[in-house]
Design a protein around this ligand. Sequence first.
Ligand code: FES
Length: 170
Amino acid sequence: MEAIGDEVRPEGEIGAGYAGRIFRQIQTLIDDTGGQAGGLIRVLQQVQGLIGYLPAPMLKTISRDLKIPLSEVYGIVSFYSFFTMVPKGKHVIQVCMGTSCYVKGGQRLLDTLKKDFGLEPEGITPDNKFSLETVRCLGCCGLSPVIAIGDDVHRKVKPSKIKDILSSYE
Ligand code: FES
């Protein structure tokens, strides 16, 4: 995916290629709200649907064009958990750091992901294949430590098994 740079919409010019197409689609989304109240969440959802997350420069553009204070835009993004300001990988790894998983070795799993894959919480691999999050409980504490990758839940995970588990994802 072509990077969305700091300058979201150069004055008087919209670039060519992937980024240009995205900018045009986003501009259309913003224009379609007609400044209506309630348009903000719809625009945020659609922008996230287009590019997978909500980069800070994009929030500035949305704030400016919808004439909504940036603080309010950030407030909405942080209030709703389905909004994210960090890019997600094709597969999202969730490492449980709830009490049971923490005690049974959740931190060692995080350490292994960092050491072997360079992944830190809120991070993403250079090929965009995996991103990493920590969560509080995945609901199977009796089988901790637990990680989830997408809809798959892996129980009683040993650090030595992380490589095998990740290699099973295309
Ligand atoms: S604490 Fe990890 S699954 Fe509940």
